[in-house]
Design a protein around this ligand. Structure first.
Ligand code: CAA
Length: 259
């Protein structure tokens, strides 16, 4: 498939593939076509055995400034229901491979929601996060009221959603929304470094660990604990578990094969 609104680079560093949003003039506004390409790219990379971690980025000025307002402006509620643009997000959510967002500049509305859909966020000092939908007469529709609230708590989430205020990368880090804030010159490099670390682990263990952490968001504690336990036991069916534990005993680095 040819991509028009995104770029993909497989194995940008060992075990890591990169997806770059590529509508710079529109600040990477997430039009339907871009989202379709993104769904396809995530599926492709999730099936690629060499890809053990995915980095999603935009450019220095914008990660993404939200859903495409111009594309949505004239739609009716029935159009919105029929198009159901956010169903694309459900598909991206199913990506088993760990995903790291490398964010610089604007991460607004759907852009902030897309970053929050990723498993970790590395941000440049110039990054700004916000849910400004209220200023255009609507509200977040792709997780902004839910994932943001779970990440930063009610007080800050409510203020951001009700006033549309942006927060800086430093504020986002203090609030627990993101993993790292680094100078703009190295934000992508840092994200790739973190991705390389993730990619060096057993990919089966990483996938089950990711699935288990995410389970904590939508299940009661006891159910989550049972889920975690079963995943832990299941990993004893892998060669990587034997290799990882043997390497520890033999005082050497493990060589995980993803089997
Ligand atoms: N949709 C469509 N086009 C967008 C866009 C968006 N979300 N954000 C920016 N653009 C376009 C602008 O229209 C402009 O295009 P033209 O040059 O053709 O006029 C171009 O990108 C550059 O933007 P600005 O000239 O506005 O740049 P700026 O530096 O002055 O301002 C900004 C930057 C503060 C991010 C401003 O563009 C802005 O407020 N954008 C909209 C942010 C927003 O409201 N996002 C939420 C969208 S709704 C949503 O996301 C719903 C959801 O839950 C998924």
């Amino acid at each position: 498939m040819q991509f028009e609104f995104i770029k993909i680079e497989k194995q940008v560093v060992k075990g890591v593939s990169l997806i770059q949003l590529n509508r710079p003039k529109e600040l990477n506004a997430l039009c339907l076509e871009l989202m379709e390409e993104l769904v396809h790219a995530f599926k492709l990379l999730d099936q690629d055995e060499e890809t053990r971690c995915i980095v999603l980025t935009g450019n220095e000025r914008a990660f993404a400034a939200g859903a495409d307002i111009k594309q949505m402006a004239g739609r009716t509620a029935i159009d919105m229901l029929k198009i159901d643009q956010f169903s694309k997000w459900d598909s991206i959510k199913k990506t088993k491979t760990p995903v790291i967002a490398a964010v610089s500049g604007f991460a607004l509305g759907g852009g902030c929601e897309l970053a929050m859909l990723c498993d970790m966020i590395v941000a440049s000092e110039s990054a700004q996060f916000g849910q400004p939908e209220i200023k255009i007469g609507v509200m977040p529709g792709a997780g902004g009221t839910q994932r943001l609230t779970r990440a930063v708590g009610k007080a800050l989430a409510m203020e951001m959603v009700l006033t549309g205020k942006f927060i800086t990368a430093r504020e986002a880090w203090n609030a627990g929304l993101i993993n790292r804030v680094v100078p703009v010159e190295i934000y992508l490099q840092e994200a790739l470094k973190l991705a390389t670390q993730v990619a060096s682990m057993s990919p089966i263990a990483s996938q089950l660990a990711k699935e288990s952490v995410l389970k904590a968001f939508d299940s009661p504690l006891e159910e989550g604990l049972q889920f975690e336990r079963k995943n832990f036991y299941m990993l004893f069916a892998t060669e990587d578990q034997k290799e990882g534990m043997a390497a520890f005993v033999e005082k050497r680095n493990p060589d995980f094969k993803g089997k």
